[in-house]
Design a binder for this molecule. Structure first.
Ligand code: CA
Length: 550
């Protein structure tokens, strides 16, 4: 018997447990082989998805170190470009959380060349837009550099460059977080106040006020400090309500002892910003302000349906998804709050989710959206958002594309058997791909529930293309939502796509939507018909549509 050389070295059909010969693949974390994305793509994944909570395969610590190393390589290659990308993601509200942006900015401020370090400090007010952001930046930057003049000037610029009204708000709202306070920052930066009002605010930060006058101060910025100090000393609900009505006391400055009151919230509701509205839906329902059929519920629903306002407030779709899950559950994540839900609000939240994305143009092409529903997708949380697993997020993301397209097939794929930690079993897996009966006409929470109940299994990212071949489906573009931890198939996804193109004559494209910030992709970087995009940015569906349209 002779050796079958062709089965040992074959560039067209290679099991996923082996690298495609000569293609430059690398082992992924699951015992299969995939490509590493380039450092810039990994940087973008980190900025959007973070590393909080790690992935199913990799600890938070290792994932953070891997991402930080990729960021540092980018800083060394082109530090100005890194700073510009950080500003773009952060200011555009593309990510659900700002911490990765602050972290990378701190790395640039500490480890970049002089030009990069300057650019990073100039960008600070654009990325650190709140006191908490500033404190997190300080925490990160102290890990990579000392308090030189550049840093002191940058922090001084943050305080002096802010107009007094806004600075007063930051000073009152974020007095201290995570071991840092404005007092600490000012002590280290030693700024010379830019104006008399800045001076007065710095004074309040350093020493507070011993007593407050009975009259409202003339300057806008000091007015907020006065209202805050009055609220702190209030002894009756009426006093709080009149401060809200007459002096625009906002919810975050109402002492917590009054926050259980229906009357106080009734006073706050008309001027509540959208983000605060979203976070307090449960509380306002628990205290009977938001009761089905009430005018308050109608008003809230109307605000949640206002797409323009939602995009202006930069409400992230993930924040809406979290609010929807919490509200629909009828009880608080912590504590003992319980409420009855109103369907007008649930429906409006559903609408708000779609509105939170950038507008998407339909491609007019034949699409297959393929959701990796394997075990690891249930074991990775998105951007550290409680309860938002990668496979739920990918279903939600797929709905956005489904809503704009005419010809879409949605499939879910996993293989039978467990998704082992790096162990590739020799036993045969049953092909586990089927169409998913989901539609944007269904409510998002129903779809999420359905996806959550699918069985787990191993991962074979080639299944969508093989399934389309087997069923004779005509597909212009496959959109695969995955962590690229594929290992269970007898052929690589890129090879399955090549077979599909060859046998059907359709130059099908492949979009890989990366749902974790690991460095892997099933997309061949040398094939211009394949693209890596980052899951759960506000512009993800738009980028997908743009690539498929060509
Ligand atoms: Ca998996």
């Amino acid at each position: 018997m002779s050796v079958n050389y062709g089965s040992i070295f074959n560039t067209r059909v290679t099991p996923q447990s082996q690298p495609i010969p000569g293609a430059g693949q690398t082992p992924n974390s699951a015992g299969g082989f995939a490509w590493l994305v380039d450092d810039w793509t990994q940087l973008e994944r980190f900025l959007i998805l973070g590393s909080e909570g790690g992935t199913f395969y990799v600890s938070e610590q290792k994932l953070t170190v891997d991402n930080a190393q990729a960021a540092v390589r980018c800083i060394q290659a082109d530090g100005r470009r890194v700073v510009a990308q950080v500003v773009d993601v952060s200011q555009g509200g593309k990510a659900a959380k700002n911490d990765p942006a602050l972290f990378v900015l701190a790395l640039a401020a500490g480890l970049g060349d002089l030009e990069t370090r300057r650019a990073a400090m100039e960008a600070l007010p654009l990325v650190a837009r709140t006191g908490t952001h500033l404190f997190h930046f300080l925490e990160y930057v102290e890990g990579v550099r000392g308090w030189g003049r550049l840093l002191r000037n940058g922090i001084t610029g943050w305080y002096n460059g802010m107009e007094p009204g806004r600075l007063a708000y930051q000073a009152v709202k974020y007095q201290q977080r995570d071991g840092w306070s404005h007092r600490d920052a000012l002590r280290l930066a030693k700024p010379v106040p830019a104006s008399a009002q800045h001076d007065a605010i710095f004074g309040w930060i350093a020493k507070g006020w011993d007593e407050i006058g009975s009259d409202l101060p003339g300057e806008e910025s000091l007015r907020l400090l006065w209202v805050y100090e009055r609220a702190k000393r209030a002894t009756s609900e009426d006093e709080i309500r009149s401060l809200i009505r007459e002096h625009r006391l906002t919810w975050e400055f109402v002492p917590s002892e009054w926050l259980g009151s229906r009357e106080v919230w009734a006073e706050l509701l008309p001027n509540l910003p959208l983000g605060a509205l979203l976070r307090n839906l449960g509380r306002m329902s628990a205290n009977d302000l938001l009761v089905a059929g009430s005018p308050e519920v109608e008003a809230v629903a109307a605000r949640l349906r206002d797409g323009e306002a939602i995009r202006r407030a930069r409400l992230h779709p993930l924040a809406v998804l979290v609010a929807m899950k919490t509200y629909a559950s009828g009880k608080g994540v912590r504590g003992s709050l319980k409420w009855e839900t109103a369907s007008a609000i649930t429906d409006a939240l559903d609408e708000a989710f779609y509105q939170a994305f950038e507008n998407v143009e339909p491609t007019g092409k034949r699409l297959m959206l393929a959701l990796d529903v394997s075990g690891s997708m249930e074991g990775s949380e998105i951007a550290g958002m409680t309860g938002i697993k990668a496979r739920i997020a990918s279903a939600a993301l797929a709905l956005v594309t489904m809503r704009t397209e005419q010809q879409v097939i949605v499939t879910g794929f996993t293989t039978a058997g467990s998704d082992g930690m790096g162990k590739v079993s020799k036993r045969r897996y049953d092909s586990g791909i089927s169409t998913l009966d989901i539609s944007p006409r269904q409510r998002l929470d129903d779809v999420v529930g359905r996806i959550s109940n699918l069985p787990f299994g191993g991962t074979d990212c080639a299944l969508p293309m093989l399934y389309a071949l087997e069923k004779g489906l005509e597909v212009d573009a496959f959109v695969v939502y995955t962590d690229s931890e594929t290992w269970a198939g007898s052929i690589h996804p890129s090879q399955a796509l090549a077979q599909y193109r060859e046998r059907t004559g359709i130059p099908a494209r492949l979009v890989v939507v990366g749902m974790t910030s690991n460095g892997f992709s099933i997309a061949d970087p040398k094939d211009p018909g394949m693209l890596d995009v980052v899951g759960m940015s506000t512009e993800t569906p738009q980028v997908i549509s743009h690539f498929i349209r060509g």
